[in-house]
Design a protein around this ligand. Sequence first.
Ligand code: KG4
Ligand code: ZN
Length: 336
Amino acid sequence: MLVLGIETSCDDTSLALYSEEKGVLGVYTAAQLVHDRYGGVVPEIASREHVRTVLAVYEGLLGRAGVDQRQLDGIAVSNRPGLVGSLLVGVGFAKALAYVLRIPVVGAHHIESHIYSNELGGEALRYPCVALVVSGGHTSLFHVTGVGRYRLVGNTRDDAAGEAFDKTAKLLGLGFPGGPAIERVSADGNESAVAFPRAMIDRDNFDFSFSGLKTAVRLHIEGAGHQDARGVADIAASAQAAIVDVLVHKTINCAKRIDVRDVYLAGGVAANRALRERMKRSCAENGLVYHAPLLQYCTDNGAMVARAGALHLAAGRDDGVDLDVFARGALNSWSE
Ligand code: KG4
Ligand code: ZN
């Protein structure tokens, strides 16, 4: 089954071709650099950019992969949660294509897609497991027991982990998106230089809070005055360590508490090497099995959407022309 995946929930127009037998046949992503000068994504501009690029990205993808659109068996498209205007472009495109080609189309939940990005390396998810989804908009822990079986066991009460990276980078003048920039400059820094807060790390729950870190970083910068490159690297490394500490601590506790063996990372922040290494080590120390998506499938991409959608298409689902978009929508399909 050859599936086209479409991801336009935020500022990347990313389309991919995926088949269960052959894996990812191609990914084509058009990043919207226009937002740089605003220091964050401007929704109206994002939707207009998607409209401008989606057809060219689609044709480029098929051309590079040597695939004729009549070979497509189904389409999966992000339809929730996300920027509504941006989602609409992808969903409108997907429905029109499905109608013309007379093939099924399914809406994919963005977080479910991130979780299944772990399968793009070729290995199926092992259930039951715990998945830590860390991105620009989400920081959530899920207990996953099968396809469509997700229980939200922990969540951020304010900022997402990716936001914490982005805001720290902005305060340090490192540009947007901040995660990769913080990771880069942290390499030369001392992570023990500044003792930033590890909010809620000792609380007996799996919730997170990152808004205090942003304030602590701001106060530190204001108090310390002008920073040379070494000072910036120390602040970046210390902030990164604070974020990683909390994420690893809570995830390991969660896996032990609900007694599962397999731990998965997902989302843009899962690309962070410090997080990957720390999580891997802590899993090993605690008798848990660590998994993470391939680096290229951590940040938003069409391949993860195609993978998650393929599971639903294989089950015979077709959302058809009624498929709609939603700004919000938690991924939480069962409770204990
Ligand atoms: O999943 P994603 O591409 O989009 C959302 O669904 O939000 O995640 C984007 C987030 C941004 O906040 C970005 O700064 C962060 O992921 N990110 C990273 C790294 N690469 C991307 N954070 C830390 N380290 C990285 N290497
Ligand atoms: Zn995402």
